[in-house]
Design a protein around this ligand. Structure first.
Ligand code: G4P
Length: 527
């Protein structure tokens, strides 16, 4: 098959949600449709159980499960769908942000009872920043949830996106009767706990079709007519271009657990979701159709077993064809690398692959060459952009407890932060090391791994830092500011200076007093 055909075939996306909204359940139903699994319950949740909060080894074990489900590939209607899994635990939110850099679109799952939750807001910020097209699935319609119009308002207000309902529910909770598909005027009648994957679709001649009254009752039929008229008046037809530009998000209602409303979601996804897109690099945009291979590392997972110290780097193919055993250029290290056992993922199993195409994710065994964001090419000196670091939430200072082992500690913290487990900020001159994370868990993991893998004992002392801010503006002005605020300046892994603001107030004052500098909460502000 030609490269163009391979690209046209592929859709690479992530399902995102606040924990418990139904991401795992929906993933599983997609795999059922794709014929990759035969029974419900086959997809293990990568959710880290709350009770395990203090037992990080257990957490790492559970995180291990998520390696197996990192990428799930299935075929549906002649398309090859790659679902990139994202961690459920909020302490690993940054893993999720980075996974979002490797997808071309997302499906956002919302619990109709809870509405838009905190983690969803943050994930959507990343999608907005990257202009990632979004389809929304409002889940758990079999439960008594919020009014659907209120949910649409909430989505628009909290997530700052325009929505466009493509299906509309008839009641909810125990009285849920199904959804009306606004674009083709069909009715999907709800049947709870479905094990089959066919829907009871009734084709209607519009909402005024008298059949509707027989099917859902006069009262609900007339409510649906009112709702449908209102929706059609407000939203009209879906503008696919606007969806692709991430200006509007189509919305579906259903129940993942009951396998209800999934088919229309998947069918629409297959029809409208983007195929692998062009990607920006520091020097030019790379088109997927370019003959020469290029790709970047968006995730690294370490093997915790001390007998197998290898790591797995996840590469997203951006252009051309990736080939096993072909030498590629690691552009940051200017080093040639070849991969004898790259693998891809088919549902639960790993398979060594000979070729991979744009949109595909390949697992590469790594002995410490990679850090997140690294680029591989056939020789051209490219660096993919749009894989930013985000300001951590919690900051601690790394304290060495054994001066004889400072080299090991330095190497350990460098390598572990290359994996993306935490962010490292170094102060120069001096040797202070600040480590930032999204959650407390990572400190426990770091401490344990530094001791067991690098033989380096350390402690983390909390530091009063509110945010790490990257700066843009005139170089001279930034240099002056850095001199003046030396104690609050540190350097990230790419040697970019960051301002470590103690409080929100300090940050606000810094911004007010230095109008010529812009402070940013991510390392890449111009995508
Ligand atoms: P997550 O990956 O987003 O964290 O959510 P997950 O799919 O694990 O779903 C969270 C809980 O919500 C699960 O129940 C799941 O069965 C339930 N759920 C998912 N979709 C629906 C739905 O459409 N309707 C209803 N009523 N529930 C739904 P649990 O009790 O936490 O787990 P389990 O013991 O059932 O696995």
């Amino acid at each position: 098959m030609s490269l163009e055909k391979e690209i046209e075939k592929r859709k690479t996306f992530a399902i995102i949600s606040h924990p418990d909204a139904g991401k795992t359940t929906l993933t599983e139903k997609f795999l059922l449709f794709g014929g990759q699994i035969q029974t419900a319950g086959a997809v293990k949740s990568n959710k880290i159980k709350k009770t395990a909060a203090s037992d990080f080894m257990e957490i790492e074990k559970q995180r291990g499960i998520s390696v197996a489900t990192s990428v799930m590939t299935f075929e549906y209607k002649n398309k090859l769908v790659n679902i990139l899994d994202t961690p459920g635990h909020k302490d690993f939110a940054e893993d999720t942000y980075r996974t979002l850099t490797a997808v071309d679109s997302v499906i956002l799952v919302i619990d109709c009872v809870k509405g838009v939750e905190e983690q969803t807001e943050r994930l959507m910020e990343v999608c907005r920043m990257r202009k990632t097209p979004v389809i929304v699935f409002i889940n758990k319609m079999d439960r008594d949830g919020k009014d659907p119009f209120d949910l649409l308002d909430e989505l628009e207000n909290k997530l700052n996106i325009h929505v466009h309902p493509l299906s509309w529910p008839i009641n909810g909770g125990s009285d849920f009767k199904g959804v009306y598909l606004l674009h083709d005027h069909s009715l999907n009648l709800f049947e709870s706990q479905k094990t089959k994957i066919t829907d009871d679709i009734v084709n209607l001649n519009g909402v005024n079709d008298p059949k509707l009254d027989d099917l859902v009752g006069v009262k609900d039929a007339s409510k649906l007519r009112e709702d449908a008229e209102l929706i059609e008046g407000v939203y009209g037809d879906l503008n696919k271009e606007k969806y692709l530009k991430a200006d509007v998000a189509p919305v579906f209602f259903g129940s993942a657990l009951n396998n209800f409303g999934i088919r229309e979601l998947l069918d629409t996804f297959i029809e409208i979701a983007p195929t692998p897109l062009s990607r920006p690099t520091a020097s030019r945009a790379v088109e997927p159709t370019e003959q020469k291979f290029s790709g970047f590392i968006f995730k690294i997972h370490a093997n915790l077993d001390p007998k197998h110290r290898d790591r797995i780097a996840f590469l997203r193919v951006c252009s051309g064809r990736f080939e096993r055993n072909k030498p590629y250029e690691h552009t940051r290290l200017h080093k040639g690398l070849r991969f004898a056992n790259p693998y891809t993922f088919l549902a639960q199993s790993k398979e060594v692959v000979d070729y991979a195409y744009p949109g595909d994710v390949v697992g590469l065994y790594d002995t410490g060459n990679f850090k997140i964001g690294d680029t591989l090419t056939e020789g051209e000196d490219l660096q993919f952009k749009g894989i930013p670091s985000f300001s951590p939430e919690i900051f601690k200072e790394l304290i060495n407890l054994d001066p004889m082992k400072s080299k090991q500690l330095e190497k350990g913290i460098e390598q572990l932060t290359d994996e993306g487990l935490a962010s490292l900020f170094k102060q120069e001159p001096g040797s202070r090391r600040f480590v930032g994370t999204v959650g407390e868990l990572q400190f426990e993991v770091l401490q344990y791994r530094l001791e067991h893998e690098y033989n380096a004992k350390c402690r983390f002392e909390p530091r009063n830092i509110h945010k790490a801010c990257w700066m843009s503006g005139e170089e001279e002005v930034i240099r002056e500011f850095m001199k003046f605020r030396m104690n609050n300046i540190a350097f990230d892994k790419d040697n970019l200076p960051v301002f470590l603001a103690e409080t929100a107030f300090v940050l606000r004052m810094a911004q007010e007093n230095n109008p010529k500098i812009q402070f940013h909460l991510t390392s890449e502000f111009k995508l």
